[in-house]
Design a protein around this ligand. Structure first.
Ligand code: MEZ
Length: 546
């Protein structure tokens, strides 16, 4: 990578509120992606050698864990207690909680198991907001078209249609749960119009938010509803290390691992909903991440080993504005909400080089191009970035920083005054665009196995738009809960085992793959809480690679 302009020099040249020349974009979007986006680089993927997607392209590091051996053997389960329930849900972010509530509302007994604590997830860290077509000039059709276009027309049209149609009802449901949303300035305290902002890649203002900690506010109400529900039992610090199967190969429960005493419990259930989130902490292609420590692809690994089909395993989202300085906050997110409100991106020469509200893959590729072509800003330890011009945004809209509590807090931790000094930003691994193939009821091709949220694929195609993740988790989380509950009583008499693991080991051996690579890893190497004890809360985590 060529050396960029030194940070101190770029900062000395930077002036608040100066007119910014904008460079003509010399590359078509497709060409920009092809040259600079990590997904499109030559050699970005390998072909999977085993499993339901054998022959399909998959990102390298992910292929390694998808084709890994199980962590446990039969012998580990000898004497493990068994618990029976109607629905077991793995993961307690927005999708897991929404699924738990709808399954319980449908009359099912629910066990919700979570690797960290109830609510510790990427949802709680989601800042900018949730999309729903509630504006007077907006329609589900426009939301549908924007989502398909943003995802390069690779999304499943039926799933997208379901999600956008659910949008207004999801917002109503959240308000009924007690969630607060920002209102238009000057609105009455009660009954005012909800404030709408335009996300990158959208044709209408469609983002609803609560300050810049929308996910935290969402999880506040979901956590409360789940905790208070008499039919939902929550187990904290209990990752799932394997699924259980019956003689037909259907999913029949899961193996829960208690982090605190390293013991196992078998949960037998006719329906399992995986809602384990994404893969950010795998640091694909060496990128830092905006994700919480648990985002290690557990659900993908477990579902794939049991025979579930995946899709779009070559498509990941690098959010344009992760921090590139200081080192201890590498990858932490500066919300797209700042660009939605008008914040601009400047290269080391003080020039705007992209429309900040283009889709994320485009904006990220443009930042990478600036850095690779020597127009980036070189910070310490070889990291580079461009400026996100918050000081000018504040100068032109006095007081706007009051709407950005998370951003101001982040600036404090970086030791800068956000009204005076721009953030140095670079793309950060943010989201898994693909995942487990689901139908409209969140069922996979394995009977008894359901998936919801970031773990599932098809809703965002090859690139997700801002705010469609929070809508996805609630739209599909609620559907997953209702459909899983309808399997109550199915297959009760069947023998339950981990026989599918033996079949999997045979496949690995035949393909010449090593048996000593084990997954899911649960936590990244540099933060192995299995050895070290208690992980920090999701909203307290640093984002880099240690
Ligand atoms: O949907 C997201 O990923 C989101 C809202 C992120 C953000 O920039 O705040």
């Amino acid at each position: 990578m060529p050396d960029g302009i030194p940070y101190a020099e770029a900062l000395a040249r930077y002036r608040i509120d100066e007119p910014r020349p904008q460079r003509e974009d010399d590359l078509e979007r497709q060409e920009l992606l092809r040259r600079y986006h990590p997904d499109y680089r030559e050699g970005a993927t390998v072909s999977l050698a085993v499993g339901a997607n054998r022959g399909d392209p998959c990102q390298h590091e992910l292929a390694r864990v998808l084709q890994a051996n199980a962590r446990i053997e039969e012998v580990d389960l000898a004497g493990a207690p068994t618990v029976d329930t109607d629905v077991v849900i793995v993961g307690s972010g927005g999708a897991g909680c929404a699924a738990a509530l709808s399954a319980a509302e449908s009359g099912a007994r629910v066990v919700l198991v979570t690797k960290l604590r109830l609510g510790d997830s990427n949802t709680v860290m989601a800042e900018g907001g949730i999309q729903a077509c509630i504006g007077s000039d907006d329609t589900p059709q426009l939301h549908y078209e924007d989502t398909l276009r943003g995802g390069h027309f690779r999304a499943d049209r039926k799933l997208v249609a379901q999600m956008v149609m659910d949008g207004p009802d999801v917002i109503r449901w959240l308000i009924q749960q007690g969630m607060q949303f920002d209102q238009e300035p000057g609105s009455q305290l009660m009954g005012g119009n909800l404030l709408l902002k335009r996300p990158g890649g959208a044709s209408r203002p469609r983002i609803l938010s609560f300050k810049d900690y929308t996910g935290l506010e969402m999880m506040r109400v979901l956590r409360m509803a789940v905790s208070n529900h008499p039919r939902i039992e929550v187990w904290n610090r209990t990752p799932v290390v394997e699924l259980l199967s019956n003689d037909q190969g259907d999913c029949a429960g899961c193996v829960v691992y208690w982090l605190q005493n390293r013991a196992y419990t078998l949960v037998h259930a006719p329906a399992v909903i995986l809602a384990t989130g994404g893969i950010g902490r795998m640091h694909l292609n060496g990128f830092p991440t905006s994700n919480h420590f648990g985002a290690m692809g557990d659900g993908l690994v477990l579902a794939y080993r049991l025979g579930a089909k995946l899709r779009d395993m070559d498509a990941f989202q690098y959010h344009p504005t992760g921090l590139a300085r200081p080192q201890h906050k590498l990858g932490a997110l500066v919300s797209e909400a700042a660009r939605s409100m008008g914040a601009q991106l400047l290269n080391g020469r003080g020039v705007r080089f992209v429309d900040e509200l283009n889709p994320r893959d485009h904006v990220s590729a443009a930042i990478i191009r600036e850095c690779e072509e020597g127009r980036g800003i070189a910070a310490d330890k070889g990291t580079e970035g461009v400026f996100l011009d918050i000081p000018t945004l504040e100068r032109q809209n006095p007081g706007i920083l009051q709407q950005f509590g998370s951003l101001v807090n982040l600036a404090e931790r970086c030791g800068i005054d956000p009204s005076q000094t721009p953030f140095l930003v670079y793309p950060t691994l943010h989201y898994q665009n693909g995942g487990v193939r689901i139908d409209g009821d969140c069922a996979t091709n394995v009977p008894g196995l359901y998936c919801a949220g970031e773990l599932s694929g098809g809703i965002h195609g090859a690139n997700r738009l801002m705010g469609n993740a929070l809508l996805d988790i609630l739209s599909f989380g609620r559907r997953a809960g209702a459909s899983a509950a309808s399997r109550r009583g199915a297959g009760r008499q069947q023998r339950v085992s981990i026989d599918h693991v033996h079949q999997w080991q045979r496949e690995l051996t035949l393909a010449g793959l090593p048996l000593d690579v084990k997954a899911p890893a649960l936590f990244p190497d540099y933060a192995n809480f299995e050895r070290q004890g208690e992980p920090p809360a999701a909203d307290e985590q640093s984002s880099g690679q240690g």
